[in-house]
Design a protein around this ligand. Structure first.
Ligand code: FAD
Length: 402
């Protein structure tokens, strides 16, 4: 066997898994269908807890830091403002960030093959075989599927859902002079979020970086036909830009260029492992639908997958039963957080967000708790997390009059 583990997909999930596997002396092949460096549809905001958990993400992978921002209600009447002395989030460019993570994996000893598409996997008694687009067969003990929302590995392993619920986004990254960025978003690079803009079931964002601004809008896909939905979202996006310009929230010089699209998973798959296979990141549906934070879960799940695969290779145990430890690890770490945020999102979309923003904006303590949650690795079993959760659910219930 040439490789112990083949990791399919070199985004944050796959590159992280490959780095940790290689550090554990596990023979690892990382493949990606695209030629690197490659871009990935993304807003490019990163929570600070990701930097704390993965301290090897150094400043050369970060474009800029944000020291605060605002969240606006759908009428744009109520605003929740946050501004701190220290950064509360980081901005990245995915082309550089993902390449940087791959470099780290290679530096740790993983072999990287870009331009290689996995088209099928087949499990035998003694190995797992992966067929690539050029007919080559690669063999290993285990495969990690980190190949994004439309994961080929998940499909061939029988883990992918038939019609997964997905979120759809439109966005553009506009290059801007830093003086203009300073004028509109200050040197603190204050972000903006817009809830349910024009009644869409989702959020708009404005992320000002060092020399560019990323402006996007995303919604949970309604059950109408995909084509109708896409046209509708494009109209909303164009209106969104005009209104932000009218209100002098973004520079009027920003022009409509090529609008990019992207999709996100909205809930984790029921099962994220099977015999000889583990799924990470978007392939496993690991995403916070409330905040749009996917990179933290992608990297964390990659780290857990590497831990379990290392033990599996050492113990020569590749059964689903042995690999089930992986799902327990991510559920213990962030599973409940995803469940909680999903239920807050559902309520927010169903009920009056005006009331929510107005109330929360009056409670700096709650804002600090939210910030604490966003920036720390809050463990569910800790006392602190229980308090935060209880407080939040009581608050939300009170707020929605339930
Ligand atoms: C518009 C948009 C904005 C977003 N903004 C943010 C944000 O601001 N902050 C945040 O944290 N998250 C954001 N996300 C979510 C985030 O981008 C994802 O959660 C994250 O990229 C998941 O990482 P991943 O490694 O699982 O998958 P990906 O980053 O999607 O990487 C998967 C890789 O697999 C490769 N691949 C796919 N199929 C195959 C195959 N068959 N063979 C070989 N390789 C294959 C792909 O080329 C790709 O490189 C956003 C998503 C979208 C769509």
């Amino acid at each position: 066997m040439r490789y112990d583990v083949i990791v399919v997909g070199a985004g944050p999930a796959g590159a992280t898994a490959a780095k940790f596997l290689a550090e554990n002396n596990i023979t690892t092949l990382l493949i990606d269908k695209q030629k690197y460096p490659r871009d990935k549809p993304c807003g490019g905001i990163l929570t600070l807890r990701t930097l704390k958990r993965f301290p090897y993400i150094t400043d050369d992978l970060i474009d800029a830091y944000s020291y605060g921002g605002s969240i606006a209600s759908s009428s744009l009447q109520h605003h929740l403002q946050i501004q701190k002395e220290k950064p509360i989030a980081a901005y990245i460019h995915r082309k550089d960030f993902d390449q940087g993570l791959v470099n780290l994996a290679v530096h740790s000893g993983a072999t990287f093959k870009d331009g290689t598409t996995a088209v099928a996997i087949q499990r035998t008694k003694d190995s797992i075989q992966l067929r690539s687009h050029d007919g080559e067969t690669l063999e290993s003990h285990l495969v990690i599927g980190a190949d994004g929302i439309w994961s080929t590995v998940a499909k061939h392993a029988g883990l992918r859902e038939q019609n997964p619920r997905i979120g759809r986004c439109l966005f553009q990254e506009y290059p801007l002079e830093s003086t203009l960025l300073d004028h509109y978003f200050t040197e603190k690079r204050l972000f903006q979020f817009y809830l349910k803009f024009k009644g869409i079931k989702g959020t708009g964002w404005v992320f000002p970086k060092k020399n560019s601004v990323n402006i996007g809008i995303g919604e949970i896909q309604p059950s109408t036909s995909q084509q109708t939905n896409r046209l509708h979202l494009k109209e909303v996006y164009l209106d969104y830009l005009s209104i932000l310009k009218e209100k002098k929230l973004i520079p009027p010089t920003i022009k409509i260029g090529t609008i990019q699209g992207g999709v996100l998973p909205l809930h984790p798959l029921e099962k994220t492992y099977t015999d000889r296979v583990i799924l990470c990141g978007d392939a496993a549906g690991l995403m916070n639908p409330l905040t749009g934070d996917g990179i933290h879960y992608a990297m964390s799940s990659g780290m857990f997958a590497a831990e379990v695969c290392t033990k599996a290779v050492e113990a020569k145990e590749t059964s689903a039963d042995f690999l089930s430890k992986y799902q327990r690890l991510w559920i213990d770490d962030f599973g409940e957080e995803i469940t909680l945020c999903t239920s807050i999102l559902k309520r927010l979309l169903k009920h009056d967000d005006e009331k929510y923003i107005k109330l929360v904006s009056k409670d700096p303590h709650l804002m600090d708790l939210l910030l604490y949650m966003a920036n720390n690795q809050v463990q569910i079993h800790t006392y602190k997390w229980k308090i935060i959760r209880r407080f939040m659910s009581l608050y939300v219930k009170n707020l929605l009059g339930m």
